[in-house]
Design a protein around this ligand. Sequence first.
Ligand SMILES: [Fe+2]
Length: 151
Amino acid sequence: MKLFLSFLAIPFLLWVSPPISFAQSGCPPTGFDAEGPFYKTGVPMRENTGRGLTVSGKVKSAGSCTAIPGARVEWWQANPQGSYDDEHRGALLTASDGSYRFETDFPPAYYSRPPHIHFKIFAPGHRTLTTQVYPGEGKSSIVFDFILIKQ
Ligand SMILES: [Fe+2]
């Protein structure tokens, strides 16, 4: 009888257990969000595209959750008047612990869009991530980690 119950338990445990790679992952990948029409290449390296909103966090690898040093973080956003300009585009490389930090103007809502900042994150051995971050109204700082998928 005991042996019979063991045979019953094995399929049951397999059924209720999520896949190990998913269960052990504390870093689900950051979702894609639209690039939009205003992305430009060749933006200057800098840590300031305005004042009043500090954006910081880390770039990490999905699954292992390890930090990615030297990842290229690019951002672009509307200026306070609601137009995209070159002053509100920047790029930086993450530090040895995968962290990044920059200061910018709070992005305004425009048309029907809520305030948002566009991002592209590039890292060797990982898929390029295109996404947007939506800081809540009235925030002076936000922390956002970008989780990239390994190639
Ligand atoms: Fe936009």
